[in-house]
Every structure is written in structure tokens, then in C-alpha cells.
Design a protein around this ligand. Structure first.
Ligand code: NDP
Length: 289
């Protein structure tokens, strides 16, 4: 039987509506909306599209958006100075520096300059440490946080489930593993040196693929009834977007599966807004539930 399609667009719209409601409540109680600063440095076309999408979603949710588009000649010192001023700005709750940065700028140094409580991307070492130690005072990387919501909305049981994460990046794979472990799944993290990827996936109740290789997770490997979350976004020569999972075959075996596009992608932006609201609630002392 064909899998249920997990509609990331609809679920992301739900998250964005929840954020908009939270923003209205914050304005009523604290007298100001959450503020998000988005910094784009250079003219990378994909980054420009992402930043535009983030800006639009932020405005729609009622956030105060501070947009900085810098030329690709901006020096590291100038960028660090801007980040320092945003770090001090009481109207800014979240700072997002769009990656990649031009090659003459040290990304690590710039990301380290964002205070942990304004790190709405969840990349700061303090937030990573809090994630792995189960400390609630954290901001979690947006894509894995969005995946957890998709799993919840698709009623995927995680307690005791075998979960396989393919990919071990700091942005997706590793925080994904931490969140699944926290939800009591038994987690295996696979990567480019994994000996027999198919064998791991064949016993997985939950598969999260975050590799960046079109359809490398073969549909025939999927355990019947498994939930499959495809984080991968691969642009093909003919312009199509394709995930990391062989969707056409996997959907005939899985119990539930995300499409690409329209699965994980919309959740990432929705959780950026959610993180900004979360940070603003902490900054204003308006308590969080
Ligand atoms: P990275 O390139 O940082 O990481 C890719 C991971 O895949 C690495 O851990 C790598 O292993 C592993 N890998 C590579 N080849 C294989 C293989 N043959 N078998 C098993 N594992 C392999 O990518 P990201 O995590 O940043 O992104 C992954 C994908 O997700 C990309 O397509 C990206 O565009 C997409 N993405 C989508 C988002 C969304 O919102 N939808 C957000 C973020 C990412 P190793 O560590 O050994 O090199």
C-alpha cells in the first residue's frame, strides 16, 4: 500500500500560525514583537533566495525584521562589528548569518560572535552542549527540530524505535540523532564510511536521510511500514528538485514519507521563527510553556 505523504507545507503553516499567535501574545504582554536580524554577505543566488524566504515568513508572522545585505567585499572585522552591535541591540532576539560566507571570512569566528541566547540557528557550542545534555535552555538547529514535529504530526512512535540517521553534519545529522535519542529511539548514525548502509536502513522503523546525494537511499531498502524523512535537496540538471531517497519506490513500502519539495524544507523556516519567539520570550521574561 502506498505510504501516507507527510505534508510539510501544511504542518509548517500550522507552526507558523502558532508562532503568529505567540507573537501577538508577546506584544500584548511585553509591548514588543520578537526581533530577528538576518545578515547576508555577498551575492550567492541560493542564499539570496533563502534570505528572501526567511524575511517574508518573518514579516507574515509579525516579527520585527532587521535585514542587512552586505557586499561580498565586506571585511571580517566589519562583519564582526555588525554582529557585535546586533548582539547588544535589545530589539533583536535572534541573529542569523546566512552561510556560506565569502571565503576571506572565517565562518567559525563569526558564528562564535553570536551570543548563545540569540543563536536562532542553534549552532553555538553552548546550544549544542545543552541539546546533548538535555538542558531545556537551548535553541535547537531548525531542520532537525522541524523533523521532530513532522514525526509527531505523523504519529510515528519513537519510544524504543530503531531510528537510522544518514549523515552526521553539525547542522542536521548530529542534532537529529540527539533529538531522536532524547525521544527514546535507539539511534544509529550512518555516514560516508559506513560499511553496509542498506543493512542499517533495512531494520529502521524511522529513516532520516540528510546526505545531499540524489536518491542514494534506495526504495527497496525501506522496511515495510517505516517512516521516511527526506532532508536532502538536490537540484538536477533538468531543474527538478530531488531528495536523498528514491521516492517512487520508497513510497510503496513506507508507512509515511515526506516529499521533496514540500516536506522538510518548509519546516526549517517555520522553526527559525519558532526559535526567535522562544528567544524573545526569554529576553522579555514572558514565560514559556
Ligand atoms: P553535509 O554535506 O554537511 O553532510 C552530508 C553527510 O552525508 C555527511 O555526514 C557525509 O558523511 C554523509 N554522506 C556522504 N556520502 C554518503 C554516503 N555515500 N553514505 C552515507 N553517508 C554519506 O550536508 P548537510 O547535512 O548540510 O545537508 C544534507 C542534505 O540536506 C543536503 O542535500 C542539503 O541541501 C539538505 N538540507 C536541507 C535542509 C532543508 O531545510 N530541507 C536544511 C539543511 C540541509 P561524512 O561525514 O563521512 O562525510
Amino acid at each position: 500500500m502506498a505510504a501516507r505523504i507527510i505534508d510539510g507545507k501544511a504542518i509548517a503553516a500550522k507552526v507558523r500560525a502558532e508562532v503568529a499567535e505567540g507573537v501577538r501574545e508577546l506584544v500584548a504582554r511585553a509591548g514588543r514583537p520578537p526581533g530577528l536580524a538576518v545578515v547576508l554577505c555577498g551575492d550567492d543566488p541560493a542564499s539570496q533566495v533563502y534570505v528572501k524566504g526567511k524575511g517574508k515568513a518573518s514579516r507574515e508572522a509579525g516579527l520585527h525584521l532587521v535585514d542587512h545585505a552586505l557586499s561580498r567585499d565586506t571585511t571580517e572585522t566589519e562583519l564582526l562589528r555588525l554582529v557585535a552591535s546586533l548582539a547588544e541591540d535589545p530589539r533583536v532576539d535572534g541573529i542569523l548569518v546566512q552561510l556560506p560566507l565569502p571565503p576571506h571570512i572565517d565562518e567559525g569566528r563569526v558564528l562564535d560572535a553570536i551570543p548563545a541566547d540569540k543563536d536562532v540557528d542553534g549552532f553555538h557550542a553552548v546550544n549544542v552542549g545543552r541539546l546533548w545534555s538535555g538542558d531545556e535552555r537551548r535553541l535547537v538547529s531548525c531542520t532537525p527540530a522541524g523533523v521532530m514535529r513532522l514525526l509527531a504530526e505523523s504519529d510515528t512512535p519513537l519510544k524504543g524505535a530503531e531510528a537510522v540517521v544518514v549523515g552526521r553534519s553539525n547542522i542536521v545529522g548530529k542534532p537529529m540523532a540527539a533529538l531522536l535519542l532524547e525521544a527514546d529511539a535507539t539511534v544509529t548514525v550512518c555516514h560516508s564510511k559506513t560499511r553496509d548502509l542498506a543493512a542499517h536502513i533495512q531494520r529502521a522503523d524511522v529513516v532520516v536521510a540528510a546526505v545531499g546525494r540524489p536518491e542514494m537511499v534506495r526504495g527497496a531498502w525501506i522496511k515495510p511500514g517505516a517512516t521516511v524523512i527526506d532532508v536532502g535537496v538536490n537540484r538536477m540538471a533538468d531543474g527538478r528538485l530531488v531528495g536523498d531517497v528514491e521516492f517512487s519506490v520508497a513510497r510503496e513500502r513506507a508507512g509515511a514519507i515526506t516529499p521533496v519539495p514540500g516536506g522538510v524544507g518548509p519546516m526549517t523556516i517555520a522553526h527559525l521563527l519558532k526559535n526567535t519567539l522562544h528567544a524573545a520570550r526569554r529576553h522579555t521574561g514572558v514565560d514559556i510553556s
